[in-house]
Ligand binder design. Structure first.
Ligand SMILES: NC(=O)c1ccc[n+]([C@@H]2O[C@H](COP(=O)([O-])OP(=O)(O)OC[C@H]3O[C@@H](n4cnc5c(N)ncnc54)[C@H](O)[C@@H]3O)[C@@H](O)[C@H]2O)c1
Ligand SMILES: O=c1ccn([C@@H]2O[C@H](COP(=O)(O)OP(=O)(O)O[C@H]3O[C@H](CO)[C@@H](O)[C@H](O)[C@H]3O)[C@@H](O)[C@H]2O)c(=O)[nH]1
Length: 445
């Protein structure tokens, strides 16, 4: 199949490379010339496990190419995937200007019948809008069919998710277009859900909102666990064994971030508003998420008192491990609050220092060396559960920190392993582990 993929962000690039891997001829289009020339040379602009290997392999085989030229990119293609961003507008709704500009470019450059497949997360009704926009500007008599094919990949495991996801959702009003998409997706060997256009669009938002709700639910429970002396991890494990609940997405922490959950819950609330429905559950989900960041700073100030000139080091800056994406990372908000209370903030991340520098508040001191980060800090705060942080020897934490005080926003360590570490350990929704008597008293607190 000859396929064009528009947009080479996370979704576009992974989609393009994976479609090439299963035997299609793919042209990826982007307006960003720098990105396109990097991709042509076989380098990935994003940090994503296994992606660069698949990219170079398929470039070598001639299955994939990259261009900024719409005429060249769309020529002879049977299927065009749209995977451009749909960021949040100030009122919370989804910004469709990139989608609109793609529609203009398609109608000006396409010369053959084509199926348009929307991978971008778009509000219900947008696929119909896409069809209308393209058809309104087409000059030759061309047949356009639209299919909603929302993407469920997670950053950090994007390639793996494409080949091992739980389902592929395709929605359309044209049964032949659904069959075509089913055939394209067959090699992935995943369950395929065929539905109507609007339901497919809604499945994406409802799925993200449900996962966000699950996280806020356990975070709310974690607050109570801390008060009553229960351990939220044990509670989540016990709950998760009930198959109706399921154990995934019950990991308490500093809350969700990233390019999807915050914006997609907002977009869903904005959709509700259009129909005079307030979405009270989702509003609470967001409120609890916001509270988690504040709770982390409260934990630190409660323990340390004044943070004036205290050195606090944030360990991990990205919204989750194995990505360099800083969009809506909880570390940004925590750093802002710590600076506001007078702390000196150091920040460590194994891969994201360049992207973090563009969004973190000033003045934060950055380092990608964990030892240097911990050296001389009054307290360390784990914000991202990077393997580098989890596997760093506890005796080194203890040796390098001025005071062995660790706040863990991702519950990376068990209480049992912390018990004899000599570190005072504060985590989310679990009892505090106090250091052995052998530790010198923290007189400066
Ligand atoms: N990032 C994820 O993990 C993820 C997962 C599932 C769904 N989604 C959804 O997929 C969509 C894309 O997300 P993303 O994170 O890949 O976006 P992104 O911001 O990383 O990338 C978007 C790309 O589109 C390009 N672009 C913008 N306008 C263009 C145009 N007119 N023509 C060609 N290219 C253009 C940009 O240059 C950029 O490279 C969004 O709707 C998002 O909600 C994202
Ligand atoms: O039990 C959990 C699970 C996740 N998180 C946090 O939730 C956020 C999102 O995590 P994750 O879902 O793994 O990452 P994303 O890459 O944002 O993926 C989500 O958003 C994508 C974009 O829509 C969807 O495609 C995916 O299916 C959906 O999981 C991160 O900050 C995590 O730290 C928790 O706090 N607790």
């Amino acid at each position: 199949m000859h396929i064009a993929v528009i947009g080479t962000g996370y979704v576009g690039l992974v989609t393009g490379v994976c479609l090439a891997e299963i035997g299609n001829t793919v042209t990826c289009l982007d307006v960003d010339e720098e990105k396109v020339s990097l991709l042509k040379s076989g380098r990935s602009p994003i940090y994503e496990e296994g992606l660069e290997e698949l990219l170079t392999k398929n470039l070598r085989k001639g299955n994939i190419q990259f261009t900024t030229d719409y005429r060249e990119g769309l020529a002879g293609k049977e299927v065009i995937y749209i995977a451009v961003g749909t960021p949040e507008r100030p009122d919370g709704s989804a910004e469709l200007k990139y989608i609109e500009s793609v529609c203009r470019a398609i109608s000006e450059n396409v010369r053959q019948d084509v199926v348009i497949v929307t991978k971008s997360t778009v509000p219900v009704g947008t696929n119909q809008y896409i069809k209308d926009l393209i058809e309104a500007r087409l000059t030759p008599p061309i047949t356009i069919s639209v299919v909603s094919n929302p993407e469920f990949l997670r950053q950090g495991t994007a390639v793996h998710d494409t080949f091992h996801g739980d389902r592929i959702v395709i929605g359309s009003e044209d049964s032949w277009a659904l069959e075509l998409l089913e055939a394209i997706n067959q090699p992935f060997q995943l369950p395929i859900v065929k539905t109507d256009l609007r339901s497919a669009e809604m499945i994406k938002y409802a799925s993200n909102a449900f996962l966000a709700a699950k996280i806020s639910f356990i975070n709310e429970m974690s607050h109570l666990c801390a008060q009553v002396g229960a351990n939220v991890d044990n509670v989540a494990a016990g709950m998760g064994m009930d198959k109706r609940i399921g154990k995934k997405f019950l990991h308490a922490g500093v809350g969700y971030g990233g390019s999807c959950f915050p914006k997609d819950t907002n977009a869903l609330i904005a959709m509700g508003k259009q129909f005079d429905y307030q979405m009270p559950l989702l509003e609470s989900v967001q409120q609890v998420n916001e509270m988690q960041r504040k709770r982390m700073v409260d934990m630190i100030t409660t323990r340390l008192g004044s943070l004036d000139n205290k050195v606090v080091v944030l360990l991990g800056l990205t919204f989750k491990p194995n990505t360099d994406d800083m969009r809506e990372a909880p570390s940004i908000r925590v750093a802002e609050e710590l600076l506001r209370t007078g702390a000196v903030v150091k920040a460590y991340d194994p891969v994201a220092i360049p992207s973090a520098k563009t969004v973190m508040p000033e003045p934060v001191l950055f380092t990608s060396d964990l030892e240097e980060a911990l050296q001389g800090a009054d307290a360390a705060v784990i914000m991202t559960d990077w393997q580098q942080i989890k596997s760093f020897p506890l005796e080194e934490y203890r040796r390098l920190l001025v005071h062995p005080l660790l706040f863990d926003g991702r519950n990376c360590f068990t209480l049992a392993e912390m018990k004899n570490s000599g570190i005072e350990y504060h985590s989310i929704g679990r009892p505090v582990v106090n250091p052995q008597e052998t530790i010198s008293p923290m007189t400066s607190y």
